[in-house]
Design a binder for this molecule. Structure first.
Ligand code: NAD
Length: 457
């Protein structure tokens, strides 16, 4: 791997050459990316299996298929997105025309986590290329097989002066890279590291996108369809064994339906993974022993009503339902990020809102209800990044929905047009014709204030 300074200098000069700016260049690179993804598809799925024992169906759906869709959506719309956007101009500035240009930012640094180690560096790359930038990708060292295949396919597809991969431990590699001034840093990961990224960006005033985590609540009220809700919750919770930033973290269930919901949740676990989920080929493993130990400690913090089995050698934790969990237990204060699902009963909407407010600004919120009033209440009263009504996770899959967090769960948005916007610099220009030059604004002002007041009421 070339030194970061050498990579940085090469990319700076490539960007300055203007090569990345044209629509045709951007489209050609996106097509190249899709081609190399297709070529390496099996290798990517194998790497994800090696790192996380992700079933190819899950790996394809969340790490590769989504990227094909994102590329196609971008290719279909990029010409439109790049077109300068005319806006109206104030009468006072007549005869003027105003235009919003979206320009490439320059050099971008894309830092990924281990849980969707491929998709979460390549999806930002699609947006970065679409916006006409160069990029350095830093995949997580905790998913080494995926990091290796990412490096290989990027090397095959791109000139490193345009896009390249750096590897290694984040705490060594990122501070060294960020000594240089990037024009945008896109980070997906934990809140504490996100804070460090922001600090490292501050001296250069580098704009930053932070895609962080948090505790995403899942509310089930008495009007919900229990069977369908349970299936969709268990599916969302067990996808990648709960190691999903937008996984439902805990359930708030209206107390009178605690029992029927529990019955359906247990049935859904059995239906998806059989009597012994350890034997299911469809169920992923915990990334490493450290995370396994943190998660198993949570098991003591409630009453296990389903699951609870673990196998450290295999880094296996069964899909687990927990009841009687105190709100001040660590499991209700930290992002769980594993297949443990506390069920917290609530009486009134106000109670539910108060419990959510203990961990403010969730990345996602899921509501299972037939009540429009409940829908409105949760959408308007809880600051959260995004979410679903009567479903989990799927808002992430729609390129038309800007994805990101709020407050504790992050800042900035991407996917589709939002991603293009995030990686573009907005340049606003007003152009004034010279055939007329109304002198009101020029000194000497005399009694022009009166005219100004009349015009700017
Ligand atoms: P992490 O913050 O530990 O690591 C993320 C990246 O930062 C890695 O590439 C790592 O090498 C690097 N890094 C680690 N320490 C660093 C340091 N001191 N300085 C600079 N860089 C450093 O996160 P993780 O454990 O890989 O991922 C899990 C977290 O990510 C969870 O909190 C989860 O919710 C969040 N997440 C969020 C999203 C989202 O889209 N919002 C998606 C996936 C994961």
């Amino acid at each position: 791997m070339a030194s970061i300074t050498a990579i940085y200098t090469a990319q700076r000069s490539f960007f300055h050459s203007g090569a990345t700016r044209s629509l045709s260049f951007r489209k050609a690179q996106l097509k190249k990316l899709k081609k190399v993804l297709k070529k390496y598809e099996t290798a990517i799925l194998e790497a994800l299996y090696a790192d996380l024992r992700k079933h190819p169906m899950e790996a394809f759906g969340s790490e590769v298929g989504l990227l094909y869709e994102e590329i196609d959506h971008t290719l279909a719309n990029l010409r439109d997105w790049m077109r300068p956007q005319p806006v109206t101009s104030p009468l006072l500035q007549y005869p003027s025309a105003s235009m919003v240009y979206r320009e490439p930012k320059g050099l971008t640094l894309l830092i990924g986590p281990w849980n969707y180690p491929f998709q979460l560096v390549i999806a930002p790359l699609i947006a970065s290329i679409a916006a006409g930038n160069c990029a350095i990708l830093k995949p997580s060292e905790l998913a080494p097989a995926t990091a290796a295949v990412t490096e290989e396919l990027i090397r095959e597809a791109f000139d490193p002066a345009f896009v390249t991969v750096i590897t290694g431990e984040g705490q060594a590699v990122i501070p060294a890279a960020m000594q240089h001034r990037f024009d945008h840093v896109f980070f997906t990961g934990s809140i504490p590291v996100g804070r460090k990224i922001l600090e490292m960006a501050a001296p250069h005033l580098t704009p930053v996108t932070l895609e962080l985590g948090g505790k995403s609540p899942c509310i089930v009220d008495k009007s919900a369809d229990m069977k369908t809700s349970a299936r969709r919750i268990i599916w969302g919770k067990c996808w990648n064994a709960g190691q999903t930033c937008i996984a439902p973290d805990y359930i708030l269930v209206q107390e009178q339906v605690m029992e029927p919901l529990t019955v359906q949740l247990k049935a859904a676990i059995r239906r998806f993974f059989g009597e012994d989920p350890e034997k299911s080929p469809d169920y992923a493993r915990i990334i490493n022993e450290k995370r396994f130990d943190q998660l198993t400690a949570y098991l003591q913090q409630g009453r296990v009503i389903a699951g609870g089995q673990t196998n450290r050698a295999e880094r296996y934790i069964a899909p687990t339902l927990l009841a009687d969990v105190p709100l001040d237990a660590p499991i209700m204060q930290e992002e769980i990020f594993g297949p443990l699902l506390p069920l917290i009963p609530y009486k009134t909407i106000e109670d539910a809102l108060q419990i959510i407010a203990r961990n403010p600004n969730p990345l996602s919120l899921y509501l299972f209800s037939k009540s429009r009033r409940m829908e409105k209440t949760f959408i308007t009263q809880v600051p959260f990044g995004g979410g679903c009504i009567n479903n989990t996770l799927v808002h992430f899959t729609n390129e038309e929905l800007p994805f990101g967090g709020v407050g504790q769960s992050g800042m900035g948005r991407y996917h589709g047009h939002a991603g293009f916007g995030e990686f573009s610099q907005v340049k606003s220009v007003m152009k004034t014709a010279t055939w007329l030059d109304i002198p009101v604004k020029y000194p000497p002002y005399g009694n022009k204030l009166k005219i100004a007041r009349m015009m700017m009421r």
